[in-house]
Ligand binder design. Structure first.
Ligand code: FAD
Ligand code: FES
Length: 511
């Protein structure tokens, strides 16, 4: 199985690349991050009279969007009955309406611009195999029916296309899937034809909001001044209150080929514990079929046993039900779960005047990212948006948020203290085995030490550059992951994702 590669790259490797920013610039609107949120916002702003610049620290779609499982659906993985306990029915109905609107927006954009990204409509099946998940399924179905959503209980076994035992199942027609990378790259190409400037390999490393503008410093020592800015980096960079309201999780996905070429058409949610999402995809003109299984998430920096075991658990689940020819690709990606179950979309804080954010999508962010991009574009153009208020990033929802807020932030505090007090794993570099990362204390400093397959040491400070928690080793992705707010770093200390703007400090050692 190829690790850390998603199948969406199979079709887009040779696509157009964009230059890195070289020089200082001014623009009306700066968008940091070219995932589905940033590119959708740019798309919606494109025909305004504003000048627009998009920058990405890596490439278009190389964040979670390019490592998602590419399903588009109206329901949310924070189940409707959970949302209904926190919000009134009008809010929940608006959530469903906004998600439905976003899927139609994606479809209409694809059709109008003849984008080839395998968009198809297809059903989403929810299924349960025990008493607890049966009840969950009944509740979800009841809520959907009350909201006027077309959903049917499965009545005969031949109506359910998976070879998995279930006791109750329901089908929601007319959901969708696509290739998110092809979609983003096609939009990016059209954006540049319409005077939007896109820069790849250009990371924001310092972000300042001043009275009349924002100033962004990049890793190549360039300065961007903008009247307005959207931070579309999945979670805002720097310090933002959403770091205490949105909690980082890693999920795992495996794409397999089946022995028989009769791939069931659809997207399926196994409502058991753990939850699984299963879907069929084919890639482009070659019509390569894959089944993708994802689930088994854990809080970043807190794997169940080790990170690799999460792939192993998914493999066991697959082999229980499917005749697998080969495990082709395996990848993991991050998502952020909000304290009250809904994303935060709007101004970056109560006092911000030019900086906007959109974050905390759970694993439903291809649709929520589209909703976020649309809402932010409307806010910047001072247009009325019907959903802006329900997702307002500065909402105050103590009843819906406090339980999770207290639990998660107490955990962060414990992680901070524990990280600094904990015994180190080794006292000398010599004890770190090949292919392994360990925390080593040298001259009273905690070092994050990785020894590669050729015995070469890679040593950086173990203190996260965001708010100073001690990072932990991720054995599956070979990265240093912060257990507090989810910043992740390469073995050389470079930021992979999360709120950190700056790398882990390098520590020179003799190899
Ligand atoms: C395993 C998994 C499967 C999922 N499957 C689905 C699914 O089937 N359907 C669904 O709706 N949702 C799914 N999601 C959720 C969804 O993929 C994400 O919520 C969504 O892609 C987030 O988009 P984004 O644009 O906000 O962030 P990203 O796609 O992460 O984009 C952020 C961009 O910002 C850039 N960036 C970061 N830091 C900087 C910086 N300092 N300077 C400049 N640029 C920077 C990054 O390089 C990146 O390109 C899944 C999530 C996971 C984890
Ligand atoms: S991500 Fe916040 S301290 Fe590391």
């Amino acid at each position: 199985m190829k690790h850390h590669e998603s199948i969406w790259t199979l079709e887009t490797d040779s696509e157009k690349k964009y230059p890195a920013l070289n020089g200082n610039i001014r623009t009306d609107i700066l968008i940091i991050g070219a995932g589905i949120t940033g590119i959708t916002a740019a798309w919606k702003l494109m025909h305004s009279d504003k000048t627009i610049v998009v920058i990405d620290s890596k490439q278009i779609g190389s964040g979670t969007t390019g490592y998602s499982t590419a399903n588009l659906y109206m329901p949310t993985q924070v189940f409707i009955n959970v949302l209904k306990r926190k919000f009134d029915e009008t809010v929940v109905n608006k959530v469903l309406a906004s998600r439905n609107y976003a899927i139609n927006f994606i479809e209409n954009t694809i059709l109008a611009n003849k984008i080839n990204c395998q968009f198809i409509r297809r059903p989403l099946y929810l299924f349960a195999a025990n008493k607890k998940s049966n009840q969950l399924l009944y509740k979800e179905v009841a809520h959907f029916l009350k909201a006027g959503v077309n959903i049917d209980l499965i009545k005969a076994p031949n109506e359910f296309p998976l070879p998995i035992h279930y006791t109750q199942a329901a089908v929601l027609p007319n959901q969708a899937r696509f290739n998110p990378l092809c979609y983003l790259k096609a939009l990016a190409s059209l954006l540049t034809e319409n005077s939007v400037d896109i820069y790849e390999n250009t990371a924001a490393i310092k972000i300042i909001e001043e009275k009349n503008e924002v100033i962004v410093y990049t890793d190549q020592n360039n300065i961007i001044r903008a009247k307005k800015m959207i931070i579309a980096t999945h979670i805002p960079k720097g310090i933002n209150k959403t770091h205490f309201l949105a909690y980082p999780y890693r999920s795992y996905a495996i794409a397999v080929k089946l022995k028989q070429d009769d791939y069931p058409m659809g997207h399926f949610w196994d409502l058991g514990d753990p939850f699984y999402s299963i879907s069929t995809h084919n890639i482009g003109s070659s019509k390569l079929n894959f089944m993708i299984f994802s689930g088994y998430h854990h809080k970043t920096g807190h794997p169940q046993h080790n990170h690799q075991s999460h792939y192993d658990n998914i493999k066991r689940y697959i082999l229980r039900y499917f005749d697998v020819q080969s495990f082709e690709y395996g990848w993991s990606a991050q998502h952020y779960q909000s304290a009250d179950g809904l994303p935060y979309i709007g101004l970056a804080s109560n006092t911000a005047r030019h900086t906007y954010i959109s974050t905390a999508y759970h694993t439903d962010g291809l649709v929520y990212g589209t909703v976020g991009g649309i809402i932010l574009a409307d806010l910047l153009l001072e247009k009325v948006n019907p959903w802006e208020s329900i997702y307002n990033s500065n909402r105050f929802t103590p009843l819906a948020s406090s339980k999770r807020f207290i639990k998660e932030n107490t955990k962060v505090l414990c992680d901070y203290v524990k990280g600094h007090l904990d015994a180190v794993e080794s006292k000398t570099f010599e004890n770190v085995p090949n292919n392994q990362g360990e925390i080593v204390k040298i001259k009273n400093k905690k070092c994050a030490v990785y020894r590669d397959a050729n015995s070469k040491l890679h040593v950086v400070s173990a203190i996260c550059s965001h708010l100073y928690c001690v990072v932990k080793w991720n054995d599956a992705e070979k990265s240093w992951d912060c257990p507090c707010h989810g910043s992740r770093f390469t073995v050389e200390g470079t930021v992979i994702e999360g709120p950190a703007l700056m790398p882990l400090k390098k520590i020179e050692v003799k190899n």
